[in-house]
Design a protein around this ligand. Structure first.
Ligand code: HEM
Length: 128
């Protein structure tokens, strides 16, 4: 008789987001919504949606305490040529909120994720 192998507890935020499958579904919808948006959609014409969805899934999985490792480009490098301003950043936050609402993710969970993303604005917004 072998003893059960102890498992490290999963992070609450990662679990609340539905773990890797929930995050992948959320990021899939999020990218589709950004591409479909009249104000920012064109910016995404050059990047393969499947690649972006995969990078975002790994990034949010890792950021929320899940067992993933983000291996995409640094935020500064991947956004600096896009000339993103504060209004565009806020619009992306609103689109993410709408995607989370659509999946009935509780507000407390939404706020925890947004709080982790907020500091990234320093690397993403390059136009005042
Ligand atoms: C906290 C907010 C954001 C996060 C976490 C984020 C995350 C990412 C990630 C992980 C990538 C892929 C990097 C790679 O190529 O490996 C990416 C690319 C991209 N992001 Fe963001 N992003 C954010 C905000 C924004 C905003 C506000 C915009 C525009 C309004 C934007 C537009 C883009 C575009 C167009 C690309 C593809 C660039 C290319 O063609 O290579 N992002 N982002």
């Amino acid at each position: 008789q072998t003893a059960p192998v102890p498992q490290a507890p999963l992070a609450p935020l990662y679990q609340a987001l539905g773990e890797k499958p929930g995050i992948a579904a959320l990021m899939g919808d999020f990218v589709d919504r950004m591409k479909a948006n009249a104000r920012i959609g064109k910016l995404f014409d050059e990047i393969k949606p499947a690649y972006l969805k995969e990078q975002l899934t790994d990034q949010i999985c890792e950021l929320s305490g899940g067992p993933c490792k983000y291996e995409g480009e640094e935020m500064k490098k991947s956004h600096e040529k896009l000339g993103i301003d504060k209004a565009q950043f806020n619009l992306v936050v609103e689109i993410l909120q709408a995607a989370m609402d659509a999946r009935a993710i509780p507000f407390s969970t939404q706020n925890q994720l947004l709080a982790k993303l907020a500091p990234m604005h320093r690397d993403i917004i390059t136009v005042q």
